[in-house]
Design a protein around this ligand. Structure first.
Ligand code: FDA
Length: 304
């Protein structure tokens, strides 16, 4: 039943008509729990609040399914605007983005050009940029572009998904490069030809990836709400005596806030992924897929 619900919501996440309708009708039906408002001002307000609680943030201006060059340009401008707002407010936040927002599916060179603009702007202001990992079809090209950017920019990171069979080899190579990565379990609907179908295999692989990357020179962002993964990371950190500039825990806005605050209180570096903007539909559907019990929030939200 749980697997069927997951598949259902991941299928909905890809629906462009519903995504367009969601944009028109605004942030409703429970999405507020996972999204920090529609404007950059509301996002910065949330960053300030998180910073006051001892946590960093990574801001993500939501967007998917960019189909023409004008939309890709607009998304690039939103990223630049977000970086400007972070810099002007003087808050502790990085930027997370998806390269399909910047035109990766239209023309690789267009996306490349937009990324260089963003990375130049961010590095001049000493702000990290994270390139989120999307579905398997974009994995190789994302890693190829990331390797190129990481050769010229210090504060750029990408994401590795533990559900993919290929990830162990990718992490070994990235660790050798001294690259900075965020490790996640993986949020898209992938076939068994490329991804572990069983949760226990994904969890075991997640721990293996931590074992490989945590002791390497680059920053490891341990992005999970799973206490087993977090405890495993804590053990590796203690065994290797890792300094705090080598790792951080990351969680999503609105999920396990108790655990976020607990880790911060224990003195671990914590960063919260805070999405904002009006294109919240796909992101919200993937959160429902992870935990169908969240549907209760949506139903309650409809009656507010
Ligand atoms: P798991 O799904 O096993 O959940 C562990 C526990 O966390 C659950 O038992 C529950 O308590 C809680 N939980 C998890 N999801 C919840 C939800 N939606 N609502 C309420 N409780 C929930 N993926 C990707 O493919 N590409 C990416 O770039 C990113 N980026 C990213 C950044 C950050 C900071 C995080 C934390 C996650 C991502 N992800 C991602 C998403 C990731 O792949 C994964 O889908 C989620 O983190 C859920 O997996 P967990 O590791 O939390 O474990």
């Amino acid at each position: 039943m749980e697997a069927a619900m997951r598949s259902f919501f991941l299928h909905l996440a890809q629906n462009r008509t519903l995504s367009g309708m969601a944009k028109r009708y605004g942030l409703r039906y429970g999405a507020q729990r996972f999204v920090a408002g529609e404007t950059v001002e509301s996002a910065i307000e949330t960053v300030r609040k998180m910073n006051r609680n001892g946590m960093g943030v990574t801001l993500d201006h939501l967007g998917e399914f960019v189909e023409d060059e004008r939309d890709a340009r607009a998304s690039t401008d939103f990223c630049l605007h977000t970086l400007e707002a972070i810099h002007e407010a003087g808050v502790n936040s990085s930027l997370s983005l998806k390269m399909t927002q910047l035109g990766l599916d239209i023309r690789k060179d267009l996306c490349h050009q937009h990324m260089l603009e963003i990375l130049d702007y961010a590095s001049a202001r000493d702000i990290w940029v994270n390139i989120d990992m999307e579905d398997f079809g974009h994995c190789q090209i994302t890693l190829d572009l990331f390797r190129e950017f990481a050769a010229s920019y210090q504060k750029v990171q990408t994401v590795i998904q533990a559900y993919l069979y290929r990830s162990e080899k990718d992490v070994e190579e990235l660790a050798q490069m001294g690259a900075s990565i965020r490790i996640v379990k993986g949020a898209y609907k992938e076939p068994a030809t490329v991804a572990y179908p069983e949760k226990s295999d994904v969890d075991n692989n997640y721990k293996r990836l931590l074992d490989i990357h945590l002791p390497s020179p680059g920053l490891t962002s341990i992005a999970t709400h799973d206490e087993n993964m977090i405890n495993h990371a804590k053990q590796v950190i203690a065994e290797h005596g890792l300094s705090q500039d080598k790792y951080e825990f990351q969680m999503l806005f609105g999920i396990r806030s108790d655990l976020q605050e607990q880790l911060a209180r224990e003195g671990y570096p914590v960063r919260i992924y805070v999405p904002y903007g009006d294109d919240w539909y796909g992101y919200f559907m993937r959160r429902l897929a992870e935990r169908p019990a969240n549907v209760g929030f949506v139903v309650r939200g409809m009656f507010h």
